[in-house]
Design a protein around this ligand. Structure first.
Ligand code: ZN
Length: 205
């Protein structure tokens, strides 16, 4: 007979699906190949990210976003915390927020909100929705780089964030236009500082 004491909770490596211990983010072999975090600039603003959006990392993110592997979030948030610790070591934050989706309350799952909530716990910070997306937009990745800036221009609004130092979370940075628009909106809302962190970044050659 199986008793509650016999049940061993496990998690899976997001890159190869091998069963791993609860206190691990990935399996030993995938850990060896993990890239270091890095930094992108969005104008004068900094965006830390954990890994490039390619190969097995891209595959893991797609499984998380579109194939129900929501539990990868625990590992992903740990990578994002490492990226914050390494790339934004001199920065301090009062609050974690995230890039919202249109009709936020009607959707059960915003990938960026879930990452932000996990990350905020690791950083011992509150996670709050500070931005609202006020218009539906076309998906950025379906547009040319030229059209992406126009697509997100003026589509966010902010609550009063006077004097706050904000860590803004998104899942992927591609052109950076979405994050740039969120930063602009938060600064307009009174933010003292805004720094960004994403799980991964599309690297342009
Ligand atoms: Zn693995």
């Amino acid at each position: 007979m199986i008793t509650p004491g016999d049940i061993i909770f496990t998690r899976k490596c997001p890159f190869c699906a091998e069963v791993i211990k609860l206190n691990k983010s990935e399996c030993a072999s995938c850990r060896d190949g993990l890239p270091s975090s890095s930094l992108r600039k969005i104008g004068t603003y900094k965006c830390a990210y954990a890994f490039p959006y390619s190969g097995e990392y891209r595959k893991a993110v797609l499984e998380y976003k579109f194939n129900g592997k929501h539990y990868y979030c625990a590992s992903f948030a740990e990578y994002m915390k490492s990226a914050v610790d390494a790339q934004l070591a001199d920065c301090s934050f009062d609050v974690v927020t995230y890039v919202p989706i249109y009709g936020e309350k009607r959707y059960r799952f915003n990938h960026s909100r879930t990452l932000a909530k996990h990350l905020s716990r690791l950083l011992s910070l509150p996670c709050e929705q500070l931005l609202v997306k006020t218009k539906h937009t076309q998906k950025q990745h379906l547009l040319s780089l030229d059209d992406r800036r126009h697509n997100v221009s003026g589509v966010f609004s902010s609550v009063d964030v006077s004097g706050k130092n904000i860590l803004l979370v998104d899942d992927i940075i591609t052109s950076g236009y979405t994050l740039a628009e969120c930063i602009r909106t938060l600064k307009y809302g009174g933010a003292n500082s805004v720094f960004c962190v994403t799980l991964c970044a599309v690297i342009f050659d």
